[in-house]
Design a protein around this ligand. Structure first.
Ligand code: ADP
Ligand code: MG
Length: 558
């Protein structure tokens, strides 16, 4: 039978696996167990939804078997299995994990090593094996198929015998070398400790025949070996464990593996609630916005579990758009297991949970802002624009939820909240001054900015297009209105100044009229300014909309 070739990207990932450094190799077991668990999830969910499989939760298990003589390690599940086409499609190409894409983007950065940090998937089997055989029978199918490969030079698929549905992966473990003792992966103690380390929370029993010793009956100081099937994992999912039993390392690796990130999260939010809504939630704020975060392609959502069973990979209804950066999962016993997606959208319980989750995220952000400013500013750098947009979108309906979470650049050189601005206002100051422009430097040199700064007032420097929209929907903060330094009435004039200006205007009336005629349509009026110091002339607006905002509005489609 002709060998099929791996797709080009898959080949590269395989190379990466085969040549990976030894210390990372142990994670292959975590990957294969996680696939087995996913496959059982799929069948279990199906059995709950259809109710026709006759399978119970207790029927599911993942079974490991090591045999030193034949150097094989088997990982068997009774999950949903794969058809011939699925074997070809799922194992012939690199799956969703996207790790390879990541690698090529960061090839230059030697410090980042993906294999140690990332969910690398099925191909990790080739880190420890020189031959991999996958026997699989799809649930409900008659015929089983077997996928086989030695690695880089392709794979074959043919029919095989297999009694039950599910998948069995048979690894032929590589021979030991001087430095690399692959035999350890055939050792049941070593395997048990790897399962404990990486897969303890898997919610189906991972069982293995373990060799044990006991004192021989009737004989003193004599021992005998025997085998016993042992369940290796505690099966308590991480989010159901006590917070104080979980290390930062456990949270971080859980996040990276599950949500395909290579960096530790900036913040972990582990929370639970009881009463009107009962749930556990494990949420993460990523350190950096994903590449597509500010594009239409970005899909927000949390994993949704009903009593420990994954029912939806990305439940968008659990997060408001402006908190769409949050990754994580929610597990609730209030939700029915066989609820359809359409029904979920209208589910009152889900709405209640979503409201709670939103409040929790907001309060955690607030506490981070107050107690961990440095990290908050990092967070804001990645996700702040979206928060500001959240204030503005939907006619500002969410502005009050977000107004204390947004930061603005300011003439102080620091990032400032509106609260901080108002707290530090001068005694005679009545409004919150802002100026818009491309960079803080440019804004600082605007003549109108200088005039306000001269009075000792702080000015917010709005450098993002959305900044001004956010302030506009807010209209005021703690009773203080916002004033663009470029607006006609922004300069604070004394009576004498006013009179002097009027006099000057009177004296220069002819000149001003002449200028106005020349400029024509382009200006509304030409006046004598009282605020200019170093600049001969400035342009101002007197409407609610600044020049910068006019530019944005004009560039918007429709
Ligand atoms: P990922 O798990 O991120 O999708 P993997 O490389 O680990 O990527 O697996 C690729 C695909 O192969 C899976 O998405 C799944 O469809 C299929 N697969 C792997 N292992 C099994 C298994 N034990 N049972 C059924 N399908 C499997
Ligand atoms: Mg996987």
């Amino acid at each position: 039978m002709a060998k099929k070739q791996f797709k080009a990207e898959s080949k590269r990932l395989l190379d990466l696996m085969i040549n990976s450094i030894y210390t990372h190799k142990e994670i292959f077991l975590r990957e294969l167990i996680s696939n087995a668990s996913d496959a059982i999830d799929k069948l279990y969910y199906k059995s709950l939804a259809d109710g026709a499989t006759g399978l119970n939760r207790d029927d599911f298990q993942i079974f490991l078997a090591a045999d030193k003589d034949s150097r094989t390690l088997r990982i068997r599940d009774n999950g949903i299995g794969m058809t011939q086409e699925e074997l070809d499609q799922n194992l012939g190409v690199i799956a969703k994990s996207g790790s390879l894409k990541f690698k090529s983007e960061n090839e230059k950065n030697e410090d980042i090593d993906i294999i140690g940090q990332f969910g690398v998937g099925f191909y990790s089997a080739f880190m420890v094996s020189d031959h991999v055989r996958v026997e699989s029978k799809a649930y409900g199918a008659e015929q089983a198929y077997c996928w086989e490969s030695d690695g880089a030079d392709g794979y074959t698929i043919r029919e095989c015998e297999k009694a039950d549905h599910g998948t069995e992966i048979i690894l032929h473990i590589k021979e030991d070398t001087e430095e690399e003792k692959y035999s350890e992966f055939l050792d049941t103690y070593r395997i048990r400790s790897l399962v404990k380390k990486y897969s303890d929370y898997i919610r189906y029993p991972i069982r293995m025949e373990v060799e044990k010793t006991r004192a021989k009956e009737g004989a003193e100081n004599e021992y005998e070996h025997y085998f016993e099937v042992e369940t290796l994992n505690s099966m308590v999912p991480l989010w159901k464990k006590n917070k104080n039993e979980i290390t930062a390392e456990e949270y971080n690796s859980f996040y990276k593996e599950k949500f395909y990130d290579w960096q530790d999260p900036l913040k972990v939010i582990h929370t639970s609630a009881e009463g009107t809504a009962t749930y556990n939630a494990l949420l993460f704020i990523p350190a950096k916005a994903p590449m597509d975060y500010y594009s239409r392609d970005y899909e927000k959502g949390l994993q949704l579990y009903a009593s420990g069973v994954l029912i939806m990979e990305k439940c968008a209804d659990l997060l408001p758009d402006y908190f769409g950066f949050v990754k994580g999962l929610v597990d609730s016993q209030d939700l029915s297991l066989n609820i359809s997606r359409e029904m979920l959208q209208h589910d009152r319980q889900l709405k209640l949970i979503a409201t709670r989750i939103e409040k929790k995220i907001a309060s955690e952000l607030k506490s981070m802002l107050e107690h961990d400013r440095e990290n908050y500013e990092k967070f804001f750098e990645s996700f702040g624009l979206r928060l500001k947009f959240g204030m503005y979108e939907n006619y500002g309906i969410n502005k009050d939820k977000l107004k204390d979470l947004v930061l603005f650049r300011s003439s102080t050189g620091k990032m400032r909240t509106l609260k901080e601005y108002v707290q530090d206002m001068k005694e005679d100051q009545t409004c919150i001054y802002y100026a818009a422009g491309e960079t803080p430097e440019r804004i600082a040199h605007l003549p109108q900015t200088e005039a306000v700064l001269d009075r000792g007032y702080e000015v917010l420097y709005l450098t993002d297009d959305v900044d001004e929209f956010a302030l506009m929907v807010l209209q005021e903060y703690e009773g203080k209105s916002f004033k663009n330094v470029a607006a006609e009435d922004a300069r604070v004039q004394t009576e004498e100044e006013k009179q002097a200006a009027e006099k000057q205007a009177e004296e220069n009336k002819a000149l001003l009229e002449k200028m106005k005629t020349i400029l024509g349509e382009r200006v509304k009026d030409v006046r004598v300014s009282t605020t200019l110091k170093n600049h001969p002339v400035c342009i101002t607006t007197d409407g609610a909309i600044s020049m910068e905002m006019e530019k944005v509005l004009n560039s918007m489609p429709g």
